[in-house]
Structures are given as structure tokens and as C-alpha cells.
Design a protein around this ligand. Structure first.
Ligand SMILES: Cc1cc2nc3c(=O)[nH]c(=O)nc-3n(C[C@H](O)[C@H](O)[C@H](O)COP(=O)(O)O)c2cc1C
Length: 479
């Protein structure tokens, strides 16, 4: 069987191979194997890249699609007894959908074999800085940067000393010096080594450099009869710490708060088949419900008839008329925050027909309108169950700010979100909104005008303001 020395290939071929393997995150040798396999299977990539090689990505981290793992770690295994725990760490990281590429120091190979590490990580294992195959495309730089996090476990006293002093005389230390990624260290060593003044100095330097530490724990050492601080953290602890760095917890400022929201139009029946309605789509209220839920709140959404999917994680009560909406709102109390975004019909038909109204010789049947209950005013004026923060919406077609200020005073709510719904704005049923947040500021009424935003952005901004006011224990929105 013929063997191929990549170093002896033409420059153009080498360039192509280098760029293609870097793009596909494979070693050059693996890339050649893939190309040959594709050729045999008749699905090779077009060869045009020989003349115009694909541009290398300038982004430090390649974009990942949903099918690929969500994060990747370069795991550096140092030469300590605890190296055996790193085999479990690989498994724990992979369980968390983290891709793991491993680097073993020379000393680490005395404790675990590259074969075992490779079998568990399902990846090639890297051991040598001067490996012609991986260094052909500056492999140590790729290992240093083509990942989201570097984990050193076990971090030996020696590796910590090298890091603190900027050494780069082997693959592990060169990667640690060349990286611009966060580094998580899991030290493991004898308590005397851990407490040695040199290790203390190195540790202090590494912490100043922004390196994150997990452990060491205290307990029995491998050496018979010795105990103290120096045991490497358990694999699960290290995997959890890595996950916290890879996927920081999303802030949930409304956790523990109950938020009641109304949305959409109401349908006021004329007879069993006809009703009076308005053009509200419900999009703004639904977006607020989704944003409040994402902020950690328990959300109850009372919605009129809309053509929208229920937001995930939100309790939705579907209603038709204003009276049904009020009933569901009252049932949902108590709440910490109430946001009335529904476009509730002001009137309903008093003489609702029990049967379908017919055309008559004498002309149109007279429709008598009566006022609907005012949900915003009713809840704002409650004495017992009034939510501490009540927010109304004012959809106006003229004198927007003045009408909204009047509404704030008349209804007794805390904030009004005023939006211009005249047909030219396209707000009703549209995806964007221009709003003004009107609130009481001491004795004054403050107006904060926001730029044109999508309804989702308006929702996120409103929820952020609510979160700030809840934290500040003040009902005033920050301007
Ligand atoms: C049996 C044995 C166990 C060792 N365990 C540790 C250890 O737990 N922590 C440590 O810092 N060094 C330990 N060492 C010393 C390291 O292997 C040594 O300092 C080595 O140079 C580290 O290389 P590395 O940092 O490149 O992996 C151990 C040595 C031996 C022989």
C-alpha cells in the first residue's frame, strides 16, 4: 500500500488541505481520508477550491447549528493521580452536549492512555507540540481558540507554575498561553504542594489573570495516611462548573412574581352569529406574556379571540366578551403586577338577540349599546386585592399623550403605555409599535417616549422596566 507524505505535496495542495481541514476542524491527515472516501463514493466537494481556496473564517469560534453540540471544551489533562477522574469528566461533559477535545501532557500519559481518552471523547487526542500532522495547520492555536472554554483537570502544581509564568514549552502550556478563552482549573496535588508558598504565589497570580478555580476539595490523598486540601473536585462538580461558564444562567428578575396580562380584542355579541369587534391582534399582550415568563414570572394571560399560539409556559384563559374577561381577571387575583393590554370593547349590545336577527320590512333592527365594565378602572380601584403595580394601555388615534395622561388619572392605574393606533401607523395587527410610557413621578406625570420597536422589543423593554421598579420597590419607571 502506498503511503503519502503530506509535507511533500505541492504548496497549492497543502494550502487547500490546510484551509479545508481547519474549516472542518479535522487534522490534515483525517481530511485527506475524508476526501479519498468522498471521491470513492462519488460525492467529493468541487475541486475549484484548488484555484480559489475557501476563505478561512475570521470568527474566533465557528457558528454551530442545532444538530451539532452546543459548546466545545479543550480539556487539558495534567500528570497527576487524579487523571483517572478526567475520564469520567469527559463523559459528564458529553452528557451535557459539550464536545470535548483532549490534550494530554507527557506526564499525564503515565496515568491514563491516549487510547482510553480518545475512545471516550470520540476524538483524536493531542499530545505533542511538535506533531507535524497537527502543527501543519498550527494545531495548538486551533486547540487554544477553536473552543468555548479550556478546562485543566487535573491542574498539577507544575502546570499552574508554567501558566503563572507564561511558559510554552509543551503542547498544554502553549495552548494555555495562546488562548483567548476562559480557563477553568481543577487543581489536584498533595496538601504540602498546595500549601507551598510557590503554589500560593502562582495561584494568586492566576486568579489575578482571571483564571476560574474549582476545588481542590479536602479529604484523603492517594498517598497512604495523608489528608488535607488538595483532592481534585469530582468530575460532576467540574462538569457543572464548566457548564455554568459555558451557559451562564439567564437572569430571572421576576422570579416569584405573579403577573396577570390581558390581550386581544373582545367580541360583543349582537345575536348568536354576529358580534362587534375591533382590529386588535393580541400580538403586543402575547409578547409581554412571553417576556414576563422568560423573566421568571408566573404568568396568567386572559385573551380575547386571537389567531396566535399560546405562549409556552404561560397559563392562558380564552374569553370572548369584556364581561368574561373581567370575570377571569378577578378569578386570577391576587397578582403582583397586572398589565391590561387588551383592546376591550367600550360598549356591548344591550338587546342581544336570542335568535339570529332577521331583515324586516321596517328597516334595520335598532341596536342599543350599553357600557361594558371598565376592567382597568375596576382593578385599579380595588381596595383589598389591588396588584401593587397596575399598567394600562391607551390606544389612541389623536391627542395621544394628553388622552393617556387623562386616562392615567381617571382610571387610577400606575403606568399607561400609550400607543398611536391611527391607521397610518399600522400598529393594529402590525408587528411594530411606537409607545410612550406615562407614569406618576411624585406629583408630576412623566412621559418617556420610546423609539419605534417590534412588539417583542417593546415587551422586553417593558418587562425590564417592571423588573427594575419591582427591585427598587418603587412604582416609578426609570427614564
Ligand atoms: C505517582 C505520581 C503522582 C503524582 N501526582 C501529582 C499530583 O497529584 N499533582 C501534581 O501536581 N503532581 C503530581 N505528580 C508530579 C507530576 O507528575 C510532575 O510534576 C509532572 O512533571 C507534571 O507534569 P505536567 O504538569 O506536565 O502534567 C505526581 C508524580 C507521580 C510520580
Amino acid at each position: 500500500m502506498a503511503s503519502l507524505t503530506i509535507r511533500k505535496l505541492d504548496d497549492a495542495v497543502k494550502t487547500y488541505l490546510r484551509l479545508r481541514s481547519a474549516r472542518n476542524r479535522r487534522s490534515v491527515e483525517e481530511e485527506v481520508r475524508v476526501i479519498l472516501r468522498e471521491l470513492i463514493e462519488g460525492r467529493e466537494e468541487p475541486l475549484t477550491p484548488f484555484s480559489a481556496p475557501p476563505a478561512p473564517s475570521t470568527a474566533p469560534t465557528p457558528q454551530r447549528t442545532g444538530a451539532l453540540p452546543e459548546a466545545s471544551v479543550t480539556l487539558i489533562i495534567g500528570g497527576g493521580i487524579a487523571a483517572y477522574k478526567s475520564l469520567d469528566l469527559i463523559r459528564r461533559l458529553k452528557e451535557r452536549r459539550v464536545e470535548v477535545r483532549c490534550v494530554l501532557t507527557k506526564a499525564a500519559q503515565q496515568f491514563v492512555t491516549p487510547l482510553a481518552v480518545s475512545a471516550l471523547s470520540h476524538e483524536r487526542v493531542y499530545t505533542d507540540l511538535f506533531d507535524p500532522q497537527s502543527e501543519f495547520d498550527a494545531g495548538h492555536i486551533r486547540l487554544a481558540r477553536d473552543c468555548d472554554l479550556i478546562v485543566v483537570a487535573p491542574a498539577t502544581a507544575d502546570l499552574m507554575a508554567k501558566m503563572a509564568n507564561g511558559h510554552a514549552d509543551d503542547l498544554a502550556s502553549a495552548i494555555l498561553l495562546a488562548t483567548n478563552r476562559k480557563i477553568l482549573l481543577a487543581p489536584a496535588m498533595n496538601p504540602l504542594m498546595w500549601n507551598n508558598a510557590a503554589t500560593r504565589r502562582n495561584l494568586a497570580q492566576l486568579q489575578r489573570d482571571g483564571v476560574v478555580l474549582i476545588g481542590p476539595n479536602s479529604g484523603e490523598m492517594a498517598e497512604a495516611g495523608e489528608a488535607g486540601v488538595g483532592r481534585m473536585s469530582e468530575a460532576i462538580e467540574i462538569a457543572n462548573a464548566a457548564e455554568r461558564l459555558l451557559r451562564p444562567p439567564v437572569p430571572r428578575p421576576l422570579a416569584g412574581k405573579r403577573v396577570l396580562i390581558t390581550a386581544g380584542p373582545t367580541h360583543e355579541p349582537i345575536d348568536p352569529v354576529r358580534y362587534i369587534a375591533n382590529r386588535s391582534s393580541g400580538k403586543q399582550g402575547f409578547a409581554i406574556a412571553a417576556a414576563a415568563q422568560a423573566a421568571g414570572a408566573e404568568v396568567i394571560l386572559v385573551s380575547g379571540p386571537v389567531d396566535l399560539d399560546d405562549p409556552a409556559g404561560v397559563t392562558v384563559k380564552h374569553v370572548e366578551s369584556a364581561r368574561q374577561m373581567l370575570e377571569q381577571v378577578q378569578t386570577a387575583l391576587p397578582a403582583d403586577i397586572a398589565i391590561f393590554a387588551a383592546a376591550v370593547a367600550d360598549w356591548r349590545v344591550a338587546n342581544e338577540g336570542e335568535q339570529k336577527l332577521k331583515k324586516t320590512e321596517v328597516g334595520m333592527p335598532p341596536l342599543q349599546l350599553v357600557e361594558n365594565p371598565d376592567i382597568l378602572a375596576t382593578i385599579s380601584k380595588l381596595t383589598d386585592k389591588r396588584p401593587p403595580l397596575v399598567i394600562g394601555f391607551a390606544a389612541e388615534t389623536e391627542h395621544l399623550i394628553d388622552n393617556a395622561k387623562t386616562k392615567l388619572a381617571r382610571k387610577g392605574c400606575d403606568w399607561i403605555v400609550a400607543n398611536d393606533v391611527s391607521p397610518a401607523t399600522g400598529v393594529m395587527g402590525g408587528d411594530r409599535n411606537t409607545v410612550h410610557l406615562i407614569s406618576r413621578n411624585g406629583g408630576e406625570i412623566a412621559v418617556d417616549s420610546w423609539p419605534v420597536m417590534t412588539k417583542e422589543q417593546v415587551a422586553i423593554e417593558l418587562v425590564a422596566r417592571i423588573a427594575r421598579s419591582v427591585t427598587d420597590k418603587s412604582l416609578e419607571p426609570a427614564s
